[in-house]
Structure formats: C-alpha cells, structure tokens
Design a protein around this ligand. Structure first.
Ligand code: UD1
Length: 338
C-alpha cells in the first residue's frame, strides 16, 4: 500500500518513514527541504535497506500538488507532517504560517476527497489545550484560544479535516503530540535544527557539545515542584510507531469514527531541571545553565493522559526520558564528529 509522507525528511517524518517501511508500506516522500536535507534519505536507507521515492515539492504550489496526485493516483493514505512549527516566528510572520500550514492542508484534502476512500493522519499538538485546568490532559479537555498563529493553525487544521471527513471518503486520525525528543537507536537519523534551537533538548545537547555557552532556563518561579515548567517528553521512535498503528487502524477499518483524536505522550511530566539531570547522567558531564525570565506564552505544565491511546489505539511508549536524552546526546556527538 502506497503512503504519502509529507515532510518525510524532517525529524518526526523521517523516523515515521523508517517504521512504515519496516512494516511493509511503500513510501513516497514529499519535502521542500526548508528545514531538512536530502542527506536524511541515506540514513533511512541505511536503517531499512529500502529507498523511498522522494520528490522535492512545495505543497504551497497547488498545481504541483495536483500534478503529484495524477502521477501517484494509487496513494491510499497520507501522513501529513509538512508544516512550520516555530512559535515565535509565527507571531512575527503569521501569514507565512497560515499559508504553510493551512493552504497546504487544503490542497492535499482537495485531492484526497476525490478518492472513494482515503486515510489521513494529521500532526497536531498538545498546544491546542493551552494551559489545561487538570493534569494529566485527556483528549476531551477544552480547546483553549490559541496563544500563537502556529497554535491556531493546528486548531484550524483539525477543524478543516473534521469538516471534510463528514462529506467525503476521508477518514482521519488527529495525533496531538507532546514533546518529541531523541533519535533513532542506529544514530542514522535524528533531529537537525537549523540555527539556534528553540526547543529544550536540542539546545541542551548543543550546549553539551560546546556549540552554545549555556542553557537559559525560562523561569524557576512557576507553581511546580522545583519551580521550572513541566512537559511530557516522548521518544521520537515511540511517536513514529504510533503513526503506523494509527494508519493500520484506518486501513483495517478499526476506527470507531471518521475522525478520531489521540494524545501522544508518556503520561509522565518532567521539569526542565529533571531534563538537565537526565542529560548530565547520560553524558557524564555538567551542563552550564542560568535562570532567566519566563518565556512569553509558556504554559506551566502539560502532560498527557495516555488511557485513550493505550486502550483504544493500542499503543504505548516503551522508552524512558533517560533513553530519549541518551539517544539525542549520541546523535549530537555523531553529527559533530565527536
Ligand atoms: C514548543 C511550543 C509548542 C510547539 C512545540 C513544537 C512554545 C511556548 N510552545 O513547546 O507550541 O508545539 O514547541 O516543537 O513555544 N526551555 C528552556 N530553555 C530553552 C528552551 C526551552 O527553559 O532554551 C523550557 C521551556 O520554557 C519549556 C520546556 O523547556 O518549559 C520545553 O520547551 P520547548 O522544547 O520549547 O517545548 P514547548 O514549549 O513545550
């Protein structure tokens, strides 16, 4: 069965391509290489022994998308990762985010709705919950007004998919990720942030390797056990596996609804200081850091209730925070030739 993976050379996309190929799916990747590199293909081939079809294509070009689906009329499903994800950038350039994350989704769905049946897996985010009132967060928690244009694109994206599924042969699973970290155990693929990393774990590993002077912890006066923010850090391989299980659920008609939503997290909240401790243990070295002001828009705490994903999707995480951090560190060392 042929599956299109948009953004398939990115961090989560590349790990998902590996898991799809290992499960026997035929993969076609579209990526515009705006935040990834063609080199990633080599890593995918090294792990799986299979070369996915790759087309450099920008999903904002509607005619190119139409043309792609003419050439690949046998695509049975799409896992849609391609999107921009930097919160700060989205505040500065909202239209870039609406164009990249919404127009592209519309063009894809316009093609898929012409098919009698199509499977669609969407990369959503726990950002849709904002600061949830109770922890851990269940899928039925209230959706809060988005705190950034990026967050808004995820909320609007979910709504668009639900509307289209109602009137077409499209069946969709919306996956709300918590905080993906780590790299493949083979160290053939991993996270490759361009420029200064905005996310915690790549900033930590780049500091550990000497690329950054020190980590700035954004606030230690939050109402949490140690004062730093709490998140749910999930190993990217666990996350990738969930996509394959979600796709198989649609293919095997096990879905209970045309639209289903699952949280993808570990269920455990970890503070910034706990992540640092895990890094220090994995690397055997101290991490230089300082406490600075809070970052605007950060929620205090967010971790997943995993019951629905465990019991209904039939998936659960296997790796610990320590394993995630250790693999991220191994990857950083490899990338920097150390
Ligand atoms: C962020 C986005 C989220 C998005 C996700 C995508 C914000 C507020 N949230 O999640 O909407 O879906 O990225 O990847 O931007 N931290 C530091 N120092 C740093 C970096 C981070 O202390 O240099 C702290 C943050 O305050 C936070 C935690 O580390 O408490 C995790 O931060 P990050 O990796 O940016 O993830 P989120 O903020 O959870």
């Amino acid at each position: 069965m042929k599956i299109l993976v948009t953004g398939g050379l990115g961090f989560i996309g590349s790990h998902t391509v590996v898991e799809l190929q290992n499960e026997g799916f035929e993969v076609v990747i579209i990526d515009n290489l705006s935040n990834s590199s063609e080199e990633v293909l080599k890593g995918i081939v090294a792990i799986t022994g299979k070369t996915p079809v790759f087309e450099k294509l920008d999903l904002r070009e509607k005619t190119a998308v139409q043309d792609f689906f003419k050439r690949h009329s046998d695509v049975a499903g799409v896992i849609h990762f391609a999107a921009s994800k930097a919160v700060g950038e989205s505040v500065k350039d909202p239209l870039l985010y609406y164009e990249n994350n919404i127009n592209t989704l519309i063009y894809l769905l316009q093609e898929l709705q012409q098919k009698p049946e199509a499977h669609f897996i969407f990369s959503s985010s726990c950002t849709v919950y904002g600061q949830a009132e109770t922890m851990p967060i269940t899928e039925s928690a209230a959706i809060q007004p988005a705190m950034s244009p990026y967050g808004n694109t995820k909320q609007i994206g979910e709504e668009i998919i639900a509307d289209v599924a109602k009137v077409s042969g499209i069946k969709a699973i919306l996956l709300r990720y918590f905080n993906p970290i780590g790299s493949h155990p083979s160290t053939e693929i991993g996270e490759l942030p361009i420029g200064v990393p905005q996310n915690l774990v790549p900033f930590i590993t780049q500091t550990g390797i000497g690329l950054r002077k020190e980590l700035s912890i954004y606030g230690d006066d939050y109402p949490t056990p140690d004062g730093t923010c709490v998140r749910d850090y999930i190993h990217v391989v666990d996350l990738a596996r969930a996509h394959v299980i979600a796709l198989q659920r649609l293919v095997n008609k096990k879905n209970l609804d045309k639209i289903e939503t699952f949280n993808l997290g570990t269920g455990t909240g970890s503070s910034v200081l706990e992540v640092i401790t895990a890094f220090e243990k994995a690397s055997g070295q101290k991490l230089p850091y300082k406490i600075v002001d809070r970052r605007e828009g950060d929620v205090i705490s967010a971790y997943a209730n995993t019951e629905k994903a465990n019991n209904i999707l039939g998936w659960k995480t296997e790796s610990t925070l320590e394993e995630g951090i250790a693999s991220a560190w191994k990857w950083e060392q490899k990338v920097r030739g150390k």
